[in-house]
Design a protein. Structure first.
Length: 349
């Protein structure tokens, strides 16, 4: 990812004219975007910042609820893996930076930076958030509803459990459905006017981000999710589901890099940024999509192997305990039979 971004900086800008302000108030870019945009550099890509109140509010709420759940478990003496907390925090920070930091600032002006946003929200952030097991934390932290008058009652915990095992969740997390959404989003968004439409409206842009993140979560939940799910796939089937998406992703990247037509041409050309070569930037966006088809898949594969290994260990330990219990029962039965035979022989003697 770092190499792709560095390449993007090199390909997507040329030195501005000496002594001339590249972007001034009243320029097409400022009119379209609502803010000045200087040429992209490595420093600006890291430090640029335009806060979005809605995104920050949603992230802060999610982080606060997760922290509250962990606090409740620790207060009553239960343990919660610190790695899951770190994974959730990293996922939220990634979402904030991708939408409010450098990729967010330049994402509406450069196709390559928009692709960084798309890939990070669809593939990187969902890995971190899925491994954090937020649903499991909520089910453990929320108190069970108390029955009233001998009748069962419901509360937040019961509602969450019902939602997880609902028909809607079962449909959305079905491998064919989640896989179809994950793959079709790439083509449906870029080879239709949806990309240009999302650039022209802040609300549409937020909905696009939410869709990317949601599709990634639905796709990865059945593969590496540790939370309760409507169905559990065998580990081999999870691996097949992971590898099945890679050819579609690679073909999409090649199609973007080899396209002679600009995506959202009117929008990007209308910004009139003199330091962006639109065709080179689009080819770079395809290269970023290609790299994201490989690197996050390796991370998911590693997590899947670890889960598979731990599952086999737990299964073996349970089998050993059952075998030990069965052996003790057989020994006790054998001793009982011997005692019965001894007692019978004494009576006969």
């Amino acid at each position: 990812m770092a190499s792709a971004v560095a390449l993007g900086v090199a390909l997507s800008r040329t030195p501005p004219p000496a002594g001339e302000e590249v972007t001034a108030l009243g320029s097409p870019a400022a009119a379209f975007l609502g803010y000045e945009l200087a040429p992209l550099s490595a420093a600006r890509w890291v430090t640029a910042w335009r806060p979005d109140a809605l995104v920050l509010g949603a992230v802060l709420l999610a982080g606060a609820l997760y922290a509250l759940g962990v606090h409740r478990l620790l207060r009553r003496g239960d343990r919660w893996p610190w790695g899951r907390s770190a994974s959730f925090a990293a996922g939220l920070l990634l979402v904030v930076w991708v939408t409010n930091g450098g990729p967010g600032v330049y994402g509406t002006a450069m196709f390559s930076m928009h692709m960084v946003q798309h890939m990070a929200l669809t593939m990187l952030a969902p890995i971190l958030l899925t491994l954090a097991a937020p649903v499991t934390l909520a089910l453990r932290a929320l108190p069970a509803a108390r029955s009233r008058g001998g009748q069962g009652s419901t509360g937040p915990r019961e509602w969450l459990l019902a939602a997880v095992h609902s028909r809607v969740a079962s449909f959305l997390t079905h491998p064919l459905v989640s896989f179809g959404l994950y793959v079709s989003t790439l083509y449906a968004f870029y080879f239709t006017p949806a990309l240009a439409w999302s650039m022209q409206s802040h609300v549409a842009h937020l909905l696009m981000h939410a869709h990317f993140l949601g599709v990634g979560l639905l796709y990865l939940w059945p593969i590496i999710g540790v939370d309760p799910a409507p169905r559990r796939l065998p580990h081999l089937a999870r691996m097949v589901l992971l590898f099945a998406s890679m050819p579609f992703h690679a073909f999409f990247a090649v199609a973007v890099m080899s396209s002679d037509d600009l995506f959202a041409r009117d929008w990007f050309s209308g910004l009139q940024l003199p330091w962006v070569d639109l065709y080179a930037d689009q080819r770079l966006g395809g290269g970023i999509a290609w790299s994201f088809a490989e690197l996050p898949a390796l991370a998911v594969l590693a997590a899947l192997f670890v889960q598979w290994y731990r599952h086999d260990q737990r299964t073996g330990e349970r089998a050993d305990r059952r075998a030990g219990a069965d052996g003790e029962a057989e020994l006790a039965a054998y001793n009982a039979r011997l005692a019965a035979l001894d007692a019978r022989s004494r009576r006969q003697g």
